[in-house]
Structures are given as structure tokens and as C-alpha cells.
Design a protein. Structure first.
Lengths: 483, 519
């Protein structure tokens, strides 16, 4: 079908433009006024995100295509945009903590964060590989800087360097894949690629290219065996940046992958099911078993995020609309619970001048800090997928989609993995509530904005566990859009 | 109470404790007396609310009553569907009955973190009632797994020395079974959707489905392992002694009294009606494991030096009886199994309470540390005697009714297993009476025991209702059996008719394939 879209449709990218404007403002303002309070800068960031969210909801009922097919604003894209914006919002809020205080006082932190957000939004609201590449690079470069933001610390620099090198690798794979796809079909837009492939003569170049693109995003989403960078980077980067990377980047990678396997290179060209199923099994199992042996909470969450990518792959392997809807739902819950968990670490993870990141250092905090501990316990139960949390319903929908596609052995492996994960998530709960501290732990008062983030995440996690109706309905329509 | 049918009585019953827990969140933790009284009154209110349910329940109606059916997640076919039938009624009553007693028993023994303790028990009560009342598979699963969280905390925070190990073991074992059941639930859902075009998790719809006998076997075991772990059946019982020994008294009572019943209830509610052919094919295996459990549990109990461990292992033996009765699949044995579920909740619950009372005084549970208590604590020993006799099934007390009906029903089906199971009755008399004798009779020679105080008013108040109920069931079980008879009969009728239908369909389709591919 030929779409006669006008060349420029700025209204379609209103949310992106708002975020970009806020980012530029945040980068420029401190150049002229050196002593701006960080609350003021955060207010700009939050206002930008809120306005962009509003614009996203406004676009929900008027999706469209523009820029000569370079921009696709369907409900699938909009759902992801809303997801990223929520993640960005929570990330700004949890950066108000005592560890990051000394680093995060400049406008460029929030500016770079919003730039990364802009990159995420660009790469998901398109079906054109070049635009995806643009978005990916905007995102990655902002994140390379953010990962090394604590520039006086060796581990932060190590994180930045590792992320940069591996990121460059991943981009290389991606570009090589795109080049092969272009060579095979002469197209860079997904629907056109499909048509060209269906017309015949694509040969082995198309599947080879598609697999390279998959590998490129497997790095970004931290799928096994392309996950090696994850724990070091997550541990070294500032906690809010880790929270943002572990949710936003992963979600964007899954958005692109979902489009890749359902639009650009359909199952007729590559049997995606088995490929993704093998990746899923590897990712879940390695992630979970490595998480068990961690003694550092941030590293545990890094491996746990790998495992969660595995659960998401289960639904991606299913390759149906139910799977895409479930992926969206799970990513929403995951954004809330994971950023929530990192927010708790940002609060409790410091005593005196030392970072407190071992499991033991959380001993007995449950009774001294009842709210934050309750929130952490809820996030852990949700990550483990225990009802009545959103984590349970999210997994339920993921696995239901896979059962529908008759991947029953895969689902059995996935649920057994969920049982394994209970072991390490509950370790934190055990330390919070069931062990006494040798010396009274001190975490100090939290910034109201950080508390606000935890309240939002907590309410969201419980809400999505008992009343999924509206959100699920919206995601169901998103999952069928443009596929 | 005048018109139960228009009131969402089951919802109120289920969520009243949870609402109470939410209220408690805002009560300052220093007001311990207030917290205790509030919880006691609330759980008593739940019990009082369950009484009109029991009296208004029509025993002649085999179906579900007081049903509430609302849509919850319509796009996924998940509903909020509650209902009670003759099978779940007794379990609901037992839950509502035991919870206030448990709160009462924790009055003095729980002094640390009272607020959190009470909140956990209230949340637990909601989850337990939800499990028995849910008629939607996802709702059921939600309560089934959700129940793990409060129980995990109860063992892990207020438990004994090895509580962390016991808590995580309990959690992992139960969840392992649970997730396999979840996969089976999903398979059922899509099977039903594929057959009828109606995608729903509703129990009533799913239980109408006829499933090919090959698929039944897989599904039967996926559900069955979840329930067998919960019961626990031999050889899935290893989590039980740890959990029981480490849990605080209240936790043990609820664990033995109600949580274990969820396993047997699950077999009765799901495994038998949904997968009748598989239940018939593999019934022998379940019955065999049940009898092994009866004898093994009894023998292991015999050699336990620790009172609580002894009672814990005796549960393995007693629940073996229940499983034997359920899978003998005669009206008598199923009814016996049902009443035995209640009996075990009462007598084992009471035994844990008694062990808790003596532990509070002496801080030991070793049988060898006692002796001659009959002199020092006559009231305690009287209760202990009644409960011991009820547990070993003395005629006139509740245990006899259940065991007798089970054995009678099983004898018609499988004589050998019935005879073997009967040795379990004898063994239970042996280990219980030996224990009773060593604790209560003989010389009062330990100086610590000479100081022991007899039961106080609160403790007596905890035990008296249980003893009365034991006598009631022992002397006039019809009150309870009448409520469940129609439902049990319906279960058996459908079990047979569904089996026949499936066999017929498969025979026809097999003969058709033979016609198509003649050899």
C-alpha cells in the first residue's frame, strides 16, 4: 500500500521535540548560570518529560506516518515512548540520593539523560534501519558519558570504557547486518524489505543480515552470550544510570527486535522461534545461576536483568500479538520494579562515606526503615514473580503467549528459572527482615523526590498485579499496530 | 444476615482479614495490646460470619452456592469467581475456626514485632480462604502462591534457630510445584479455547471439558506434583519437618491445620474432576504412595526424640490416610477423607498448640526432658490425653470416624492396601501413646519440671473449642457429613461419566483411524 504522507509532519514527533528541547536547555543553562540548584534543573527535566508524556497520550488516538516513511508513530511506538518516559521520570527522581549528590549537581547529567531518552524514542518510532541507527547512536553516546559520570572513580571509568568498546562492537554488528540486508533487498525500510524478500531472490544474505542485527541488539539487551559487559558496567555506573540502562535500553532493543522478527524478516525467511528459544534458555539460565553467586546487590540485579531479558525472549519466540502485548506489559512492570529496586539501593546503599552494596549490609534495616524496606520486599517479590504483584501477571502473560504458540518445554524451563530466581531475590528480603544487624545501620533521610519515585513504583507494581485491565487493553491494541 | 444470597458474603469473608491487616499498618507498633485485641476480634468476626454460611448452606445441593462472578481481566478470560460447595465448605469453616485460636495462642509467646506478626496472619487468612473459595484458575493460583509470602515471613522472622533454611526450603518446594501447575493451567486454557472457542480460566467451564487421555496424564502430574508437595505425600515431604520444627507455634498450627489441606483439596477439586482418566490410571500409584507415607510417617514418628518433629511426621502419616481415601474413590472413602482433613486440622493443630504451651514453659521440646507431668499439670495432661486419643482414632472421638470410613471405603477397592493402611492405625497408637507416657507419666524427677505451672485461662480457652469440636465430630459426624455428601456424590458420578465419555470418544476415533488406514 502506498502512503502519500507529506514530507514533514512535526506533530508526529512532538514528544521527541519536547524532550530534545528540554535536553538542550539543560545542557546550555548551566553555562550561563553556574549556581543553579539541582532541584531547579530536575524540575525542567520533569516538566519536559511530563509534557512529552502528555503529547504521547495525545498522539495515541491519531497515529501516523511521516518524513517519507522514516518515522512511524503507531501505537506500538507510542506505548514504548510512554514506557521510556516513565523510566526517565523515575530515573530523574531517584538521582536525588546521597551517593550521587556530589556528582549529580550539574545540568549536564539531566541533559544527557534526556538526550538518551530522546535516542530511545527516535529508535523505536521508526521502521527504517537508518533512523534506528541514528537513535541508537544518540542513546549510546549519551550513555557512554553517563556511565563514566563519577569520573573520580576507577570502577565508573572502567564501566564507561567497557560500555563504549562493547557498544561500538554491537553497533558494528548492527551496521554490518543492515548492510547485508540492504545488499540483499536494496531496502532499508522494514515493510519494503519484506516485500522485496517476498518477491524472491534475497538469498542467504537476508537471513545473515538479520542474524547480525539480532546480535547487535543482543548486546544492547544483554542476552547471553553477549552479556559479558553487563555486571561490570551496571556495578560501576552511577545507580540511576544503571537503572535507566537496565530498563530503557533493554526495552528499546526488544521493540526493535519485535519489529525485526514480525515485520522486516518474517519467520518464512528465518525460523525465529527456535533461534530465539535457544537464546531465551541460555539467557534465563545463565542470568539466574550467575545471580545466585553474587554478593554485591548491584551485580545481582545486573544478572537478574539478564534473566529478565530471557523471560522476554520467551514471548518474543512465540511470535504472536499476545507475545508483543505481554512484552510491553512486562517491560512496564519491569521498569517500575527495577528502577524502584535501584532507587532503594540509591537510598540505603550508603553508610558514612562507603557505598553499602553487599547483602549483609542490608541486615535488620527492615525495622529501622519500614517504608523503604517494604518497598524493596515488594520489588523483590515482584521480580521473582510472586502474586499479587505485577511481576506475576507480567510473567503470566509472557508465558501464556508462549503456551499459545505451543512452546511448552520452553515455558517449563522458564518457570523453573523463576523458581531459581526466588533464591537470590529472597536473600535480600532475608537480610532486611530476618537477620539482626551487628551494629545499628544508618541510612539517613531520603530526599522527598526519591521517596516519590518509590511510592510511584510501589503503587504501580501492586496496581499492575491486581488491576491490569486498562493497561492490558491498551497494550493489546498496540501489539497489533503495524505488524 | 437475613438475606445471604444478595450479600457478597464470600468476598467479605475473604477480604475482611486483609482489610484488617491494612488497618493495622497504621496502628503504632507500641500499642501491642490494641493490636492483639484488634486481630482477635477481627478473626472472631470472620468466624462468626462463616457460621451463617454453614447453616444457610444447602447440603442437598451438590453445586456451588453463594456464587459471585464478576469480570476481572476480561481480555485474558480471567474472572473474579467465588463459590462454595460441600467440599470447600468444611475447609472454609476450619480456616475460620482455627485462625482466632492461633491468634489467642500467640498472645504471650510472640513478643517481638507483634504488629508484623498479626498482619502476616491476617494476610495469610485471606489467602487461605481465597484458595478454598476461588472458582477461577488464575484467581486460585494468585491466592495459592500469594499465601507463600506471609508464611515465609512467619517461619523466617518468628521461627527457631534454623528458620532461614526452613523458610526458603518451604518457599522453593512449594513454588516449584506451583509453577508446573501454572503451565498446566495455561495449557488447559488454550485447550478449552481451541475446543470451544471460549478462552476462559473459569473452573466451571474448564471442568466440563473432555481431555484426551494422553494429555490428561501430563496435566494430572503437573497439577499433582504441586498438590503432592503441599500435602505432603511421600517422597515430597522433606520440607515439612523443617518447616514445622522451625515455625513458631501459630505457624505450625496453620501449616498443619490448613495449608496441608490445600494439597488434598487440590487433588479433590482439580486432579480428579479435570483428569478422571488419568486419576483412574494412576490412582494405584497415589494410593501406594499414600500407604507408604502412612507407614513411613508412623515409623519415623516413633523414633523422634523431639515432640514437634514427632507431630510433624505424624502429619505425613495422617495425610496418607486422607490421600488413600480420596483416591479409593468410593463415596465412603471420599467422605472419610474430607472429614479426616478436618480431623487432622483439629487434632494436629491442637497437638502443636500443646507442644507450644509446654515449650513456652520449659524451652525444650525433647521428650526425654519431661516425665511425670501428670502430677504437676493435670489440666494440661487431660487436654493432651483427649487430643492424643483423638489423633489415634479412638471411637467416640473425631479421628475414628474419618479413619474408619476411609478404611471401609478402601477395602472395597483394594484389600491389600486397606490392610497395610490399618497397620498404620496400630502404629499411630504405638508412637502416640509411647510419647504420651514418657512425657506425662513416670516419676517427676527433673527439678525444672517440678516448677511448671498448669494451663492458664487463656490457654484453656484456646483448647476447649477444639476438644468440643472433636467430640461433636466423634459423636455426631452427620452435621458435617451431610453438608458434603451431595458434592462428594456428584464428584464421583462425574468422575465415572466423564471417564466413560472420553473412553467412548477415543474408541470411536481409534476405530475410524483403523478404517482410514487398514493394515
Amino acid at each position: 500500500m502506498e502512503l502519500s504522507a507529506p514530507l514533514i509532519q512535526l506533530d508526529l514527533i512532538t514528544p521527541q521535540l519536547i524532550v530534545l528541547a528540554a535536553a538542550i536547555l539543560l545542557l546550555l543553562l548551566p553555562l550561563f548560570w553556574r549556581s543553579l540548584r539541582r532541584e531547579f534543573l530536575a524540575a525542567i527535566a520533569l516538566a519536559g518529560i511530563a509534557a512529552a508524556l502528555a503529547a504521547t497520550f495525545w498522539l495515541w488516538s491519531r497515529p501516523g506516518w511521516g518524513f517519507a516513511g522514516m518515522v512511524t508513530v503507531d501505537r506500538f511506538a507510542l506505548a514504548f515512548q510512554a514506557l521510556f518516559l516513565l523510566g526517565g521520570l523515575l530515573t530523574v527522581l531517584i538521582s536525588f540520593n546521597r551517593i550521587e549528590e556530589e556528582y549529580v549537581q550539574h545540568g549536564d547529567f539531566f541533559g544527557l539523560l534526556l538526550l538518551a531518552l530522546f535516542g530511545l524514542m527516535v529508535m523505536t518510532s521508526t521502521t527504517h534501519f537508518l533512523v534506528i541507527f541514528l537513535g541508537l547512536e544518540i542513546l549510546s553516546i549519551a550513555l557512554y558519558v553517563l556511565a563514566g559520570y563519577r569520573k573520580m572513580r576507577v570502577d565508573s571509568l572502567e564501566a564507561a570504557l567497557k560500555y563504549l568498546l562493547l557498544g561500538a562492537f554491537a553497533t558494528g554488528f548492527f551496521l554490518y547486518g543492515v548492510a547485508l540486508i540492504y545488499g540483499a533487498t536494496g531496502q532499508l525500510e522494514m515493510a519494503h524489505i519484506r516485500e522485496a524478500a517476498a518477491a524472491g531472490g534475497a538469498g542467504w544474505l537476508l537471513p545473515a543480515g538479520a542474524l547480525l542485527v539480532l546480535i547487535g541488539f543482543a548486546f544492547k539487551a544483554a542476552l547471553v552470550p553477549f552479556h559479558m559487559w553487563t555486571p561490570d558496567v551496571y556495578q560501576g555506573a552511577p545507580t540511576p544510570v544503571t537503572a535507566f540502562m537496565s530498563t530503557g535500553t533493554k526495552a528499546a532493543a526488544f521493540a526493535v527486535l519485535a519489529r525485526l522478527v514480525s515485520i522486516a524478516v518474517p519467520v518464512e525467511t528465518i525460523a525465529w522461534g527456535p533461534v530465539l528459544a535457544v537464546l531465551a534458555v541460555l539467557t534465563m539460565t545463565v542470568g539466574n545461576f550467575m545471580a545466585i553467586v553474587q554478593s554485591n546487590v548491584k551485580r545481582m540485579l545486573a544478572y537478574s536483568s539478564i534473566a529478565h531479558a530471557g523471560y522476554l525472549l520467551v514471548a518474543l519466540a512465540a511470535g504472536n500479538a499476545a507475545g508483543r502485548s505481554a512484552i510491553l506489559y512486562y517491560l512496564l512492570v519491569y521498569t517500575l520494579m527495577n528502577i524502584g529496586a535501584f532507587g532503594v539501593i540509591a537510598w540505603l546503599g550508603r553508610s558514612g562515606r562507603e557505598e553499602r552494596l553487599t547483602f549483609e549490609s542490608y541486615r535488620g534495616l527492615g525495622y529501622r526503615y519500614p517504608f523503604v524496606s517494604l518497598a524493596m520486599a515488594a520489588f523483590m517479590f515482584s521480580l521473582a514473580g510472586i502474586p499479587p504483584t505485577g511481576g506475576f501477571l507480567g510473567k503470566f502473560f509472557l508465558f501464556a503467549a508462549a503456551v499459545r504458540a505451543e512452546y511448552i518445554p520452553l515455558v517449563v524451563i522458564a518457570v523453573l528459572n523463576a523458581v531459581v530466581s526466588v533464591f537470590y531475590y529472597l536473600r535480600l528480603v532475608v537480610n532486611l527482615y530476618m537477620r539482626e544487624a551487628e551494629e545499628p545501620a544508618e541510612a539517613g533521610k531520603a530526599h522527598p523526590l526519591l521517596i516519590a519515585a518509590l511510592v510511584i513504583a510501589l503503587i504501580g507494581v501492586v496496581w499492575l498485579g491486581v488491576a491490569p485491565g486498562g493497561v492490558l487493553g491498551a497494550f493489546n491494541t498496540a501489539a497489533t499496530a503495524g505488524m | 444476615m437475613s438475606d445471604l444470597s444478595t450479600m457478597p458474603i464470600l468476598t467479605i469473608l475473604t477480604f475482611l482479614p486483609l482489610a484488617g491487616a491494612l488497618v493495622l499498618l497504621f496502628v503504632p507498633r507500641q500499642r501491642e495490646a490494641l493490636i492483639r485485641w484488634f486481630t482477635l476480634v477481627l478473626t472472631l468476626a470472620v468466624f462468626l460470619l462463616s457460621l451463617p454460611l454453614f447453616t444457610a448452606f444447602d447440603g442437598a445441593n451438590p453445586g456451588f452456592q453463594f456464587e459471585e462472578n464478576r469480570s476481572w481481566i476480561p481480555s485474558a478470560g480471567i474472572g473474579y469467581h467465588l463459590g462454595v460447595d460441600g467440599i470447600s465448605l468444611l475447609m472454609v469453616m476450619l480456616t475460620a475456626f482455627l485462625t482466632p485460636l492461633v491468634i489467642l495462642s500467640s498472645w504471650r509467646s510472640v513478643t517481638k514485632k507483634v504488629k508484623e506478626y498479626m498482619i502476616m496472619f491476617l494476610v495469610l487468612e485471606t489467602a487461605m480462604l481465597g484458595v478454598f473459595l476461588s472458582l477461577d484458575m488464575v484467581l486460585f493460583y494468585l491466592f495459592w502462591e500469594g499465601m507463600l509470602i506471609p508464611m515465609y515471613f512467619i517461619i523466617g522472622v518468628w521461627g527457631g534457630e534454623r528458620r532461614l533454611y526452613a523458610a526458603i526450603k518451604f518457599f522453593l518446594f512449594t513454588m516449584f510445584g506451583g509453577v508446573l501447575m501454572l503451565v498446566a493451567i495455561l495449557v488447559l486454557y488454550f485447550m478449552h479455547g481451541g475446543q470451544s472457542g471460549l478462552y476462559t480460566f473459569d473452573y466451571l467451564a474448564l471442568s466440563q471439558m473432555l481431555i484426551a487421555s494422553k494429555s490428561q496424564v501430563w496435566l494430572f502430574f503437573a497439577f499433582g506434583i504441586a498438590f503432592a508437595i503441599k500435602v505432603p505425600m511421600f517422597p515430597f515431604h522433606t520440607w515439612l519437618p523443617d518447616a514445622h520444627v522451625e515455625a513458631p507455634t501459630g505457624g505450625s498450627v496453620i501449616l498443619a491445620g490448613i495449608l496441608l489441606k490445600m494439597g488434598t483439596y487440590g487433588f479433590l477439586r482439580f486432579c480428579i474432576p479435570l483428569f478422571p482418566t488419568a486419576a483412574q490410571q494412576y490412582g494405584w500409584l497415589i494410593m501406594l504412595l499414600a500407604v507408604i507415607g502412612i507407614i513411613y510417617g508412623a515409623l519415623v514418628s516413633w523414633v523422634q526424640p523431639d515432640l514437634k518433629k514427632l507431630v510433624a511426621f505424624s502429619s505425613v502419616s495422617h495425610l496418607g490416610f486422607v490421600m488413600l481415601g480420596l483416591f479409593a474413590l468410593t463415596l465412603q472413602s471420599v467422605q472419610g477423607g474430607l472429614i479426616q482433613m478436618v480431623n487432622h486440622g483439629l487434632s494436629t493443630g491442637a497437638l502443636f498448640l500443646l507442644v507450644g504451651m509446654i515449650y513456652e514453659r520449659r524451652h525444650t521440646r525433647l521428650i526425654a526432658d519431661f516425665g511425670g507431668l501428670a502430677r504437676q499439670m493435670p489440666v494440661f495432661v487431660t487436654f493432651f490425653l483427649i487430643i492424643t486419643l483423638s489423633s489415634i482414632g479412638l471411637p467416640g472421638l473425631n479421628g475414628f470416624v474419618g479413619e474408619f470410613m476411609i478404611l471401609l471405603g478402601t477395602f472395597e477397592v483394594n484389600r491389600l492396601l486397606a490392610v497395610l493402611a490399618t497397620t498404620g492405625v496400630i502404629l499411630s497408637a504405638v508412637y502416640m501413646l509411647t510419647m504420651f507416657q514418657r512425657v506425662n507419666f513416670g516419676k517427676l524427677d527433673k527439678p525444672e519440671n517440678q516448677e511448671l505451672k498448669d494451663l492458664n485461662g487463656r490457654e484453656i480457652a484456646t483448647l476447649v473449642p477444639i476438644v468440643l469440636l472433636c467430640l461433636w465430630i466423634g459423636l455426631y459426624p452427620s452435621t458435617f457429613l451431610h453438608k458434603s455428601e451431595a458434592a462428594a456424590q456428584k464428584l464421583l458420578d462425574e468422575y465415572r461419566s466423564k471417564q466413560d465419555k472420553i473412553a467412548l470418544i477415543e474408541e470411536i476415533s481409534a476405530s475410524q483411524t483403523n478404517v482410514i488406514n487398514p493394515k
